[in-house]
Ligand binder design. Structure first.
Ligand code: GAR
Length: 302
């Protein structure tokens, strides 16, 4: 039941329990406040019943909402509760349809874009993205898609209570086999973070301009089929390059050829090894990828 409510609200587990607590505290606090307010106003058993009823309804309708917003703000969930209140005001006809939130479409997505992270490796980028969006509520990481049983990213998903979709090669390359699952989780954007299979045309067509990838080199150099992870760093060092870096790009039907969104470079030291370069590159990725994901989604939703 909790899981379904969490999905309905479009929040992560931590947020869910904070919001749940805020609702619980608001109920208790409003009940106590109602008792105090009615006592201050001199309400007792002799008071006319209609007056008592009106007072309670007012406390419930207005007092409760103020207390809820107060707890929401105190607990760092202002955005969620403000949208909740707006929805309520709409229902009461107090604000117009211009104020509509995405809750009106039957889902409490709270204007969040739900993303799926496709990853098959250690998952350090996935972890940074998950951690970033724990604090920045504009995006919800709703699914991890992985093609490798035992991959480190599966543990990261489990620790963060993010559902996992384990995919199989044959079904994935058929193209649309996993679309219903992505739809089920209301995925609006796909982030590849160490996912090495080529994305089939049907998936690209289903998510036009909404799939991005990170590559551990300065594309167009050192990209293409078979160029991933340590292989890239080994090739860069073997070629005697003075710098390398990261490229974040849109995904099209060709490996590492989509439009570039962002690049950042680092210097290659005299005694650089593929391992030390991998570390530098990972640092660049962890610093920039979550931010670029957020900016790209924001640009897309404008
Ligand atoms: C990252 O360095 C990413 O750029 C690379 O795989 C690594 C995954 O690390 N991706 C590619 O090489 C794609 N061609 P992570 O699992 O620790 O995030």
């Amino acid at each position: 039941m909790f899981r379904r409510l969490q999905e309905k609200w479009g929040v992560n587990t931590r947020q869910f329990w904070i919001i749940f607590t805020a609702f619980a505290l608001t109920g208790t606090t409003t009940a106590i406040l109602t008792r105090y307010v009615t006592a201050i106003l001199g309400v007792d058993i002799h008071t006319f019943w209609l007056w008592k009823l009106l007072l309670r309804v007012c406390m419930l309708l207005f007092g409760y909402q103020f207390v809820l917003l107060g707890f929401g703000a105190l607990m760092g969930q202002w955005t969620f509760f403000w949208k909740y209140e707006k929805k309520l005001l709409q229902k009461l006809g107090l604000i117009g349809s211009k104020e509509k939130t995405s809750m009106d479409h039957g889902q409490w997505t709270m204007d969040k874009t739900r993303i799926a992270i496709f990853a098959s490796g250690a998952g350090s980028n996935a972890e940074k993205i998950i951690q970033y969006f724990e604090k920045h509520a504009s995006v919800a990481v709703s699914l991890v898609v992985c093609n490798k049983p035992g991959a480190g990213v599966l543990n990261i998903a489990a620790v963060n209570s993010i559902p996992v979709l384990l995919i199989e090669k044959e079904a994935f390359f058929r193209g649309d086999a996993y679309l219903p699952s992505l739809k089920q989780y209301q995925i609006g954007f796909i982030v590849l973070a160490g996912f090495l299979w080529k994305i089939p045309a049907a998936l690209i067509a289903a998510y036009p301009g909404r799939i991005i990838n990170i590559h551990p080199a300065l594309l167009p150099g050192y990209g293409g089929k078979g160029m991933y992870g340590m292989k890239v760093h080994e090739a860069v060092i073997a070629a005697g390059e003075k710098k390398s870096g990261i490229t974040i790009h849109y995904v099209n039907e060709h490996f590492d050829e989509g439009e570039v969104i962002f690049q950042a470079a680092c210097v290659i030291a005299e005694n650089e090894t593929p391992e030390s370069l991998a570390e530098k590159i990972h640092q660049l990725e962890h610093t920039h990828y979550p931010l670029v994901v957020e900016q790209t989604i924001r640009r897309f939703s404008l």
